[in-house]
Design a binder for this molecule. Sequence first.
Ligand code: SF4
Length: 215
Amino acid sequence: MRERPEKASGQAPLLAKLGEEHEQNYLQQLLAKGYHVTVVDRRAAGGFGRAAADTEAAMARGDDFIYQATFFHDGWLGHADFLRKIPQPLDGGTWDWHYEVEDTKLARHTEPYFLLQLAYYSEHVARIQGAPAANMHVVLGNGDRATFRVEDVSAYYRSVRTRFIARLAEADWQPYPQPVDHCGLCVWRETCEQRWVQDDHLSLVANITRLQSHG
Ligand code: SF4
């Protein structure tokens, strides 16, 4: 297995810093409003399994917000920025309250992949609380809060997940680093660029992406 690079290249560190500031600003706003925010500290917890257990314990206690919620189940890992407590029970739910996912994003508009990410986190939340929440949210870089219905995205999410798992199971599948918009932020960028240079890939022509190179 490859060692994950410590640092991203290009603009990624700056964007990561701005993203972290946006997340911290939102955290400070919640604290200023008097909410009880539990922080799941993955390093202090000593592993993903323990951080996931800390997240589930905070949900079972009914803490107002859970920051850096960690999910680790059946080989699947995820980190949601925030879980917000909704003080009403769900049909089939475990408690008299439940949680909805909130993710902070620097972007000014919601991108389709945000919704897949939120649906993935919401699936973990549903597993823990016994029933799916109605909504999921993105806190955008301009402060706007966009809300989406989980059930509007969940069928598409499940189909993408099923196709992904089927592809992984294909014995002869050779993954290839197809350029996408996220490459500019990715810690693997240098590794992939080496492969593109080696293969004389079309992506080396002025930032061309998969959609364009397959168009
Ligand atoms: S193709 Fe792009 S997003 Fe995928 S691993 Fe490589 S640099 Fe990252």
